[in-house]
Design a binder for this molecule. Structure first.
Ligand code: ADP
Ligand code: MG
Length: 608
């Protein structure tokens, strides 16, 4: 028999290795921009087309390459940055493995033009799928231009694996921010198709943060940031944190160590601890924190796509960081004192139930004269007047099929009793849970989630009955978007218009909302739009249906009764009954569990 082991052709080996380094357009962007920085560039221009799937172009005014180097650059393990393993420990450059260009060239069509300052003529090279197709002398400016076209053109499986344009766009921008925030002294321009999205002049760190994130803010970022600075033998920490009042749901949070972006969930906790009690639960502070420390005391994961970094003195640095953030907050009289007494009064009123004076034993609210069987619909208030908007949809057909979710989690018997209102006692526990006691056991319903489910289903039903029906608004609201959000908005706008919005562009980044879907009530349209934009960055597709769901969910959440709200007995019963007429009454539309049960059997098994 003949031997069966053979070496893979270089092109195949390269393609496999490329998978490690190049996962998506954003990886290409990162590698090219880092190379430009390593080459000493002071001006870097970036252009992407079709979220980088079609083209990623990076041009720099750095030192350029000789004809031979330009050719060598595409070889695996070809680097000008280290020549000895020991050099790794004294690294001053971002790259060093000499793998990026070889990897990119293995899975894309690459065109390079480069010229050193002292050379009269530059070099042009075309490589695709690791094969050099052309190399010739060309006239070109000092520096280097890389064009990477049709990423994964020869690896269809990977190309298919890429996410929607908006998701890839978000990755590209995140990668760009991570680099631009570390090199404020370098000038950047970022074009998405023909649109100049970012024009960042050389400045300092604070100026750069403001230039990137400041546009949509009513109040200048300058006034939102507090300086953090602390020097110790273990680490120097500097940077900026946001004042608590500017905290937001999707905050900008960045850690850097020795000039590289890193993720560090543990240090994140240190920052959050310092903000303790200064934020509402769903809010997050902005932060941009830069660590400088001796390279020996950190373990930079040399894997090119990993951003987690291990620190030798993690716990000590945790304390230093938390103290530094607290000090910054304290200096501006935001935190009451430096060693904030955790036993003290909370800075924000907590929910009433956590306030010692208000703690009461769970109460059974019972109206002896109330008869559920002739309840008719004697009350209407209190599920918020807002809900009246939807009157007429009360009789949305009850789906016959309840099998979407398994019923076995509580006994059929129990369910039936409740549906038939037979022998059922209802009461409210902790103003949050509704407990239904029947002959066969207990059923526990989370009131807010239950109402979210009910309203959500209703709104969706109305949306389908009444698609794209617009309603003029009396006092049009304006919404200004920062440049990143504008990109995503461009994609969403036609779909939003299909759903009933009418926008009018007034200034570059400002839209007036002239009409909204009839289904919306006019309050907080801006917040809703921002939420939709934020979500579009992370979802695969933004179909009109998904938009409807986002809108419906957001409306349902705002309008639903809160947990903590006391309910009248009639309201309790009505809520439970309406919950059970929903197709999926076990989970809320955002995937949270609504009900649980304990059967008499289980109680008996427990108690013997
Ligand atoms: P690494 O950055 O790890 O050295 P790369 O594959 O990214 O490996 O690049 C290979 C080599 O190509 C670099 O070491 C550098 O000498 C050269 N090079 C790449 N991009 C540029 C650029 N924009 N300007 C000048 N030289 C470059
Ligand atoms: Mg490199």
């Amino acid at each position: 028999m003949s031997d069966i082991i053979h070496l893979l052709p270089d092109s195949v080996a390269n393609q496999i290795a490329a998978g490690e380094v190049i996962q998506r357009p954003a990886s290409v962007l990162k590698e090219l921009v880092e190379n430009a920085i390593d080459a000493g560039a002071t001006v870097i221009h970036i252009l992407v087309r079709e979220a980088g799937k079609n083209l990623i172009q990076v041009s720099d005014n750095g030192r350029g390459m000789s004809e031979t180097d330009a050719r060598m650059a595409f070889e695996r393990h070809a680097t000008s940055k280290i020549s000895d393993a020991a050099d790794i420990f004294s690294l001053r450059t971002l790259g060093f493995r000499g793998e990026a260009l070889a990897s990119i060239a293995a899975v894309a069509q690459v065109e390079l033009r480069t010229r050193r300052e002292d050379d009269e003529i530059g070099t042009m090279i075309e490589v695709a799928g690791s094969r050099v197709f052309r190399q010739e002398s060309v006239q070109c400016a000092k520096g280097t231009i890389f064009q990477v076209k049709n990423l994964f053109f020869n690896v269809p499986a990977r190309r298919r694996f890429l996410k929607s344009d908006n998701v890839e766009r978000n990755h590209l921008l995140q990668e760009f921010f991570r680099i631009a925030l570390v090199y404020p002294e370098i000038e950047f321009e970022y074009y998405d198709d023909e649109m100049l999205v970012y024009q960042l002049i050389a400045t300092n760190t604070k100026g750069r943060i403001e230039a990137i994130f400041g546009k949509s803010q009513k109040k200048k970022w300058e006034q939102q940031l507090l300086t953090v600075e602390t020097n110790s033998t273990l680490a120097n920490i500097r940077g900026f944190i946001g004042k608590p009042e500017f905290a937001q749901r999707a905050a900008n949070q960045y850690f850097f160590v020795n000039g590289r972006y890193m993720r560090h969930p543990y240090f994140h906790r240190a920052v959050m601890m310092a903000y303790d009690r200064l934020l509402q639960p769903s809010e997050n502070p902005n932060y941009f924190i830069y660590f400088e420390l001796s390279p020996e005391s950190i373990d930079i994961n040399i894997h090119p796509t990993k951003t987690e970094i291990k620190f030798e003195n993690e716990t000590a640095i945790f304390s230093i960081l938390s103290a530094a953030v607290k000090e910054a907050l304290g200096k501006f009289h935001i935190a009451p004192s430096l060693d904030f007494d955790t036993e003290g009064a909370p800075a924000f009123p907590a929910s009433p139930s956590s306030n010692a004076e208000n703690i009461r034993p769970p109460q059974v609210q019972f109206n002896p004269s109330y008869n559920p069987f002739n309840a008719g619909n004697t009350y209407k208030r209190n599920f918020s007047d807002w809900e009246k908007l939807y009157s007429g949809f009360e009789n949305v057909e009850k789906p016959a099929d309840n099998t979407v979710v398994s019923k076995n989690i509580f006994s059929e018997n129990l369910m039936q009793n409740i549906e038939n209102k037979i022998d059922t006692d209802f009461f409210q526990l902790k103003n949050r849970f509704i407990v239904a006691a029947t002959k066969s056991g207990l059923l526990i319903v989370e009131q807010h989630r239950a109402h979210v489910r009910i309203l959500f289903d209703k709104i969706i039903a109305q949306q389908y009955a009444n698609q794209s029906f617009s309603q003029q608004v009396m006092f049009p609201e304006a919404i200004s978007l920062d440049t990143a959000d504008l990109l995503f908005f461009a994609d969403l706008q036609p779909k939003l218009e299909k759903a009933g919005f009418i926008f009018e562009k007034t200034k570059d980044n400002t839209f007036v909302i002239n009409a909204i879907p009839a289904i919306l009530n006019t309050s907080s349209v801006e917040n809703l739009l921002r939420k939709i934009i934020a979500e579009s960055k992370n979802t695969q597709q933004n179909s009109v249906e998904q938009l409807y769901e986002t809108i419906a969910l957001s409306l349902a959440q705002t309008a639903a009764i809160k947990s903590g709200q006391t309910l009248m007995p009639a309201e309790i019963i009505d809520l439970v009954q309406r919950l059970f007429s929903c197709k999926n009454y076990i989970y809320s539309p955002d995937g949270k569990r609504i009900i649980t049960s304990i059967s008499v059997d289980e109680i008996e098994a427990e108690l013997g």
